[in-house]
Ligand binder design. Structure first.
Ligand code: DOR
Ligand code: ZN
Length: 462
């Protein structure tokens, strides 16, 4: 990327002294912002005039993260999370755009519901946002008419649980969803676990009484069978599919092979599947109980490998808060899910540095910028504006102190649920300043947040 010369007019914001993580490599440069956009990348020490200056010496500057998998619980479940808290957690974690899931009360199943949801959120979000549309067997008609400005993706739950009541499992209905999505050029994002497998096991094994039983009731076979079904449907219809929260080595192998064979499939994993194992679920119980289950060390190792090879397209936080009261119910009643939008970047950086201590830090940060900004922007129609540090793009930035350590505690966690699965961990890497469209929306030093002027984004439709 060519560096340009400074414009004589003052900029709104200048970020100087930092190392910028750009698509063309990590480089020292001054970043100048005007009207919410990156106006220029200038050689270091270029004299500039600016209304606001951020001194980023000793810091890395990454594109603001795009978390394409959050559950901010609006409408209907706001005792767990709301956009004021969720978007603060995002901003404090260096996330500047989120894509929200539809399993709310009522669920998001129509264009009308999306507009109603946007009205509820307006004026409460620090970060920009999009929605994944939901679908139930009785709402298929809505998909056929979906305007891509409302959503370019549809979320399908193939298996149900406490917070996912709308399951598409029946083969004929699933086939129609994939056919409609292909027709409308929608990407299907999937919770790919097989309902029949789980029902059979529940009937056979009875009610789970301890977390030791969790993997027995929700085994990898459920995920693998569902992924195999998805691959058949992708082959039949040419639908683009993105498998969410992949949890096992076998799914990674299968999906990487399918992608290599030319099928339009990609996959995501979560910071939790990269950080915990089934031993943690046995020890901590509901806190690290999520759906799909967290599996073995070998699975976790394969997921990290998939990040470093690029087989894995995205890391989504699957920020799915529940209250402590809900999580401490008996095993059969405690809902799966945990918060994570604030911990996403530090957890992934901490894990990468521990696993790859000899790799240049610049390369590790490039992996994060790719999986947590550039790729989600490409998959969800935002790449013309978001996901990269490049002139003309929105000035969405995170100034990162890669050496600062911190411990998630109920005091440092901004999610309304007020707890973190990483309590007791020391994370390395802390967002110091987060900028969304040129505005400072989080400043660690002062503890201040910016204005709740996050926007419902229009995707760039090709
Ligand atoms: O563990 C999970 N929690 N998995 C999901 O698929 C949904 C989520 C939630 O909404 O709580
Ligand atoms: Zn989720």
């Amino acid at each position: 990327m060519e560096l340009t010369t400074a414009h004589p007019q003052p900029y709104d914001l200048v970020v100087e002294g930092g190392r910028l993580v750009t698509p063309d490599g990590v480089r020292a440069a001054t970043l100048a912002v005007r009207a919410g956009r990156i106006a220029a990348l200038l050689p270091p020490h270029t004299p500039t005039r600016a209304a606001t200056r951020i001194q980023a010496a000793g810091r890395h500057v990454l594109p603001g993260l795009i978390d394409s998998h959050v559950h901010f619980r609006t409408p209907g479940l706001t005792h767990k999370e709301d956009w004021a808290h969720g978007s603060r957690a995002a901003a404090a974690g260096g996330v500047t755009t989120v894509i929200d899931m539809p399993n709310t009360r009522p669920p998001l199943h129509s264009t009308q519901a999306a507009h109603a949801k946007a009205d509820l959120i307006k004026g409460t979000s620090l970060v920009d946002y999009r929605f994944h549309m939901g679908v139930a067997p009785h709402t298929l008609g809505e998909l056929a008419d979906l305007d891509p400005r409302v959503a370019t993706s549809v979320k399908v739950f193939m298996a149900g649980h406490h917070t996912a009541p709308d399951v598409i499992h029946d083969p004929a209905t699933l086939d129609r969803v994939f056919a409609t999505a292909a027709d409308r050029d929608l990407r299907v994002v999937l919770h790919a676990e097989d309902n029949t497998v789980f029902r059979l096991l529940d009937d056979y094994l009875g009610t789970p009484r301890t977390y030791r039983d969790y993997e027995t009731h929700r085994p990898r076979s459920g995920a693998l069978i569902a992924v195999a079904r998805v691959l058949d449907l992708v082959r039949a219809h040419g639908t683009r599919a993105h498998i969410l929260h992949v949890s096992s080595a076998e799914e990674c192998d299968l999906l990487a092979a399918a992608h290599h064979a030319g099928l339009p499939v990609t996959f995501e994993t979560t910071p939790h599947h990269l950080s915990f194992t089934h031993h943690d679920t046995r020890r901590t119980g509901a806190r690290t109980r999520i759906s799909p289950a967290i599996r073995t060390q070998a699975d976790q190792d394969r997921l990290w490998h998939a990040l470093t090879t690029g087989e894995l397209a995205t890391i989504g936080s699957d920020h799915a808060p529940h209250t402590i009261e809900e999580k401490t119910r008996p095993p059969a009643d405690a809902p799966p899910g945990l918060p994570g939008v604030q911990e996403l970047l530090p957890v992934v950086l901490t894990g990468l540095r521990r696993r790859l201590p000899d790799h240049p830090l610049d390369d590790l940060l490039t992996l994060i910028a790719t999986a947590c900004a550039a790729r989600p922007a490409e998959l969800f129609g935002l790449a013309a504006r978001k996901g990269r540090i490049a002139p003309g793009h929105d000035a969405d930035l995170v100034v990162l102190d890669t050496d600062a350590t911190w411990c998630p505690t109920p005091d440092t966690i901004r999610s309304k649920c007020g707890w973190s699965a990483y309590e007791g961990w020391t994370l390395t890497g802390r967002p110091e300043i987060t900028v969304r469209r040129g505005e400072i929306i989080f400043d660690h030093a002062s503890g201040r947040f910016g204005s709740a002027t996050g926007e419902w984004l229009d995707p760039a439709i090709p």
